[in-house]
Structure formats: C-alpha cells, structure tokens
Design a protein around this ligand. Structure first.
Ligand code: EPU
Length: 437
C-alpha cells in the first residue's frame, strides 16, 4: 500500500540532525568492490531502496553480499563472479546500476548490461560511457536493449567528455583501472563523489590521480595489485542541503552534523545571500538559522562546484515565499521542474519557460495534497509543506525513499509535525476523520 506523508506546516525546526552516507557515492563504491577478489566492506551506508537495488544487481553476478543495517555497512565478497549480466529488471529501476558496466569490463573482460533508458527528469543518455569504452578498446554491440561489451584487452588512451558527466567519468575510471598504460579523462566531472571513488580505488591498489579536477589520469595496474578493503563513505551533501533548506524554510535554528561544509559552498553562499545564517561550529557541523523573510536570488544549475541540480527544487521551494522575483535556469536536465505544478497547488507563483523558472515570492503557501514525481521534487514538497499554512499530504513516497533515510523520523526529531501513513494505518490511527486541505 502506497505510503504518504501528512505534514502540518508552521513548526520551527530546532535541535540537531545527523547526515548519512552519500547515496551517489556509496552506489559507485559498491560497484567498485567487484573489481578486487575477496571481501570488501563499506561503512556509512544509508538504508535506501537504491542501495537494495545495487545489492540485487551485484547478487545477480553471483557475488555474495550482506547488509548490516544496524552497523550501516555492506559486505561484498567478489571472490567469484559467475555471471556478467545486469538485468533490465534492476537497471531500469535505478540508472546508477549502469556503473557495473565499467567494473565488469575491467574484471571479467565482458559485460552484458541493460540500457537504463531515460527517466522522469530527462533523456539521460549513456553515449559518453559507450564512446569512452570503445576508445579504450572494448567492442560494443547494442542489442535487445542491452549493451554487450567485450574487451579482451583494454589500452589506456585520452578521452574527452563533451559534458563533465558524473556517471561517464565513473564508468570510465572503473573500466581503465586494469587497462594497459594510462588513461586520461579530460573535462571529467569534479564532484566530491568522484574523489571518494578515486580514494576507494586507490585504497584498493589502483593508481588514480587528479580526481576533483577536470583531468583524471588512471595508470593501469594488474589484477593481482588489487585487494579487498574496508572503506567509509563520505556524507551526503544533498541530504545535508535538504535539511538546511527545511530549517531555513521553517525559520528555525538547528545543527547539521556529519557534513563536509566545503562540499556545499555554492549552495551555502546562495542561502546566505537569501538572508539565512550559516555558521561553521565544528569541522563537520554547521548551525543553520533564519529569522526573517528570505530575499530572492537567481541561479543556474551547473556541474560541481556550481549550484547542484539536485538542490534546485529545494531552493525553488524557498523562493516561493521569498521577497521579490527569483529566476532559476536548470542547465543539466530537460525536465527537472516537476515540482512546479505541485508548488502551484500550494499557492506559489511560478512561470516556467523551457529550462527557466521565474518565481515571484508570495506571502505564504497553503497546505495541499501533492505528489512526489521524482526523488528531489518530492523532497522539495516536504520543504514547502513545512513552511505552508495548514496540512499537506504528500503522495508517492517511494521516490523520496530512494534518497532519504528515515526522513520523517529525522524531521520529527527536529520538531516537524510529520506522519508517515498509508490508507490502512490511517484508518487505524483514526486520521481519516481529520479535515483535509
Ligand atoms: N549525459 C549525456 N550522455 C551521457 C551521460 C550524460 O548526454 O553519456 C547528460 C545527461 O543526460 C544529463 C547530463 O549529461 O543531462 C549530466 O548527467 P550525468 O551523467 O552527470 O548524471 P548522472 O551520472 O546520470 C549523477 C547523479 C544525479 C545528479 C547528476 C548531476 C548518481 C547516481 N546520480 O547522475 O543524481 O543529478 O549526477 O550531478 O550519481 C539524484 O541524486 O537525485 C540524482 C539524479
């Protein structure tokens, strides 16, 4: 039965929240564990449906895995691999599982991986991944919706990415770890998750230099140089940015712990320009507060270190009640304004023209029944509901569950008035008789 959130807006968030491990790092680390024979263990793993899907993909290769949710760790024993196929059933559920292609090509010299296809937020092609693998010497056929890659010998080369694609950079890093000679990825993605992946690979015995800059060099090593490792994932900067937004939206004051503030510089700068206060209180803790009505700002989403597309919807929620007019340009995805019709139902004044959104701040939002259309759009509706007058119902929580661990519990601990329920529990709790907005 589909779960929903019921949020009563208007409470100020106060207290402390701990940020979990980065979804977009841990999924790639799990795929990378496949490279080394033996048992690797990854810590600071958030309990998310996307992590479960990646475990299913890895299990499908005949690799033993276990997930200790209490310890927040996963163990991947890649001593033996009995299949090189990643089925559509899983890859279609989560695009990030396409990263297994690079790992399998490296380790097994062959991979059969379903094409992920587009998704709600955009077409999301994989042409850079394929062209890069071909440049390394893989023979690629695309048949029946699957990429068949054969690579008896991969040889390092120069690869220039037209766009600094996160996924393509990662797939090509994995594919070139065991290639002969050096691979140079130019116009590489510079996200913190790329640095985490390079650190993971280097700890495992690989030789990756330059991660975090636009040029990454992977000097090929031998299979016997790689060994299983224990590794702790970096904190999730997007979860941290979401909680920062929720605190600011509520005009509250809270400490966000287990965050790497340097990963959020652009976003933090915009929040400060809007009138929020953000103080570094410890190397991995910030205090966020906001007293007055925010001021509008303009921004363009860009690859790291620019404004992160994954926090665009959260900032849009804040702009809906800010003083003045803000303009957002979404430059990474064709269709990442899916929160707009729902924010309009809550009383926002937003005009959308292709990849631009013009947001005229209104005095207040009012609660409404809305639906999460994708992960980040869904999270932005939670932020909007926290600042709205009255009650909001947010449907389709399975999208939010992909990227936020214990979201309602963490918000409740900060004082938010949020309940997770479905139609069955609603009857049990007698909420059905309460008024609906
Ligand atoms: N692109 C191509 N061809 C390619 C690869 C990418 O045209 O071969 C285009 C995409 O269509 C997109 C742009 O390049 O328009 C950027 O895509 P990128 O490859 O950088 O994104 P990704 O690796 O698919 C990761 C995150 C996303 C995040 C983006 C951008 C993961 C699992 N996902 O996606 O996170 O938005 O980088 O930072 O790491 C999310 O967490 O909600 C999320 C969508």
């Amino acid at each position: 039965m589909a779960d929903k959130y019921k949020i009563q807006g208007g409470t100020q968030l106060k207290g402390e929240v701990n940020i979990g491990g980065a979804k977009n790092a841990v999924l790639k680390l799990m795929a990378s564990a496949v490279l080394a024979q033996g048992e690797s263990r990854i810590y600071n793993v958030p309990d998310l449906t996307d992590v479960d899907i990646m475990l299913e993909v890895i299990n499908g290769l005949g690799i033993k895995t276990s997930h200790d949710k209490k310890e927040k760790s996963v163990t991947i024993d890649a001593t033996n691999i009995t299949s090189v196929t990643a089925q559509y059933e899983y890859v279609s559920k989560m695009r990030a599982s396409f990263i297994i292609l690079g790992a399998l090509v490296s380790r097994c010299k062959e991979a059969i991986v379903a094409l992920p296809g587009g998704c709600a937020i955009g077409e999301r092609r994989v042409d850079f991944h394929i062209k890069g693998l071909e440049a390394l010497g893989a023979k690629i056929k695309i048949e029946n919706g699957y990429v068949h890659a054969k690579a008896p010998k991969l040889v390092g080369t120069d690869i220039y990415l037209d766009i600094p694609s996160v996924g393509a950079t990662e797939n090509l890093m994995l594919a070139s770890v065991l290639a002969e000679g050096s691979t140079r990825i130019q116009n590489a993605a510079q996200e913190p998750e790329i640095i985490d992946l390079a650190n993971f690979l280097n700890t495992m015995g690989a030789d990756v230099v330059g991660a975090g800059t636009s040029e990454i060099v992977i000097n090929g090593v031998k299979q016997s140089d790689l060994h299983p490792i224990e590794y702790t994932t970096i904190p999730d900067r997007i979860e941290a940015g979401t909680f920062m937004s929720a605190v600011v939206a509520s005009k509250g004051k809270a400490i966000i712990r287990n965050v790497f503030p340097a990963h959020l510089t652009f976003f933090t700068d915009k929040l400060i320009k809007m009138g929020a206060s953000i103080k570094l209180i410890e190397p991995t803790a910030i205090e966020v507060s906001c007293k007055n009505r925010l001021n509008s700002v303009n921004f363009v989403t860009q690859p790291y270190p620019g404004f992160p597309t994954d926090l665009q919807s959260m900032a849009m929620a804040l702009l809906t009640t800010a003083n003045g007019v803000g303009i957002i340009t979404e430059s990474l995805y064709e269709n990442r304004f899916m929160q707009v019709p729902h924010l309009l139902r809550m009383g926002a004044d937003i005009h959308q023209d292709r990849n631009h959104a013009i947001i005229k701040g209104v005095k207040k939002l009012t609660g409404a029944t809305v639906s999460a259309s994708d992960l980040r759009a869904g999270a932005s509706l939670v932020v909007a509901a926290i600042m709205a007058d009255g009650t909001s119902i947010i449907e389709n929580l399975h999208h939010i569950d992909r990227g936020y661990e214990n979201f309602d519990a963490k918000l409740t601990a900060l004082g938010a008035n949020i309940i997770r329920y479905n139609d069955e529990t609603e009857i049990t709790k007698g909420l059905k008789n309460e008024s609906r907005v």
